[in-house]
Design a protein around this ligand. Sequence first.
Ligand SMILES: NC(=O)c1ccc[n+]([C@@H]2O[C@H](COP(=O)([O-])OP(=O)(O)OC[C@H]3O[C@@H](n4cnc5c(N)ncnc54)[C@H](OP(=O)(O)O)[C@@H]3O)[C@@H](O)[C@H]2O)c1
Length: 254
Amino acid sequence: MYPELKGKNALVTGATRGFGREIALRLAREGCNVIVNFRRSKSEALNVVAEIEKIGNGVRAVAVRGDVGSEKSLHKLFEQIENEFDSLQIVIANAAFGVPGTLMDTTSRHFEVTLASSARSLMHLAQHAVPMMKGDWGRIVSITSEGGQKVLPGYGVIGPAKAALESITRYLAVELAPRGVVVNGVMAGPCFTRSLSAIPGAEELLENAACRAPMQRLIDGEDVAKTVTFLCSDEARMICGQFIFVDGGCSIAK
Ligand SMILES: NC(=O)c1ccc[n+]([C@@H]2O[C@H](COP(=O)([O-])OP(=O)(O)OC[C@H]3O[C@@H](n4cnc5c(N)ncnc54)[C@H](OP(=O)(O)O)[C@@H]3O)[C@@H](O)[C@H]2O)c1
């Protein structure tokens, strides 16, 4: 438990399922009020809100629609957040949308949509959120994958978008440290979620990761959520612009 997280307001993008859902639930268990962002899946978002309310430690949860890839939509999302909360301390940039495939076959439109939702979104989230952190105490955590560093099948556009996200994370870490905002990321290993299942070759990727992982299993959402929560805590306050690998060791094993 991290008592300093109690009463903090946290935005988790893409919190309807997968990693985002687990992160939202864990932050709520720590006593954070949670803004459960979704793009399409309203009923799943409301289910997460209901689960948070069941935790019953006085935390608030609200579901707020917003496409992180659209500047206009993010503007509206923050208008709603400002209506509900007078401040915001934590942003988890979890949502990503990427068109699977190769660079040779992609279109400008697919490239732009992927970059907008998976990388540029972090810049806009920070631009909106940091003034709400009031120069006091803030945390931003981004979620990336091995595809930003290594060439994986089907990641021709998603990989470069994740590389951009990682770079934006580091630049924000340096820009925002003097303002009391700690920015870091989690490099998550493969995990069977709806997004991953849309990528051709996902089954092989998962099998390969499971075979390589020294920990002898694939990660789950809770593994990611625990590390994200640690990065939000004061225990991690001197970690700046880093990515913690949560992959059971598969990235270091052959
Ligand atoms: N799964 C893996 O193996 C893996 C590994 C490393 C990193 N990651 C990263 O972890 C993050 C979460 O992925 P996941 O695997 O947990 O995916 P997931 O289970 O498919 O969930 C994706 C979530 O993002 C939301 N979303 C998608 N596009 C959005 C947009 N433009 N604006 C707002 N919300 C949006 C979805 O909501 P709606 O349904 O409402 O659209 C959903 O809540 C992503 O950044 C992903 O790249 C995943």
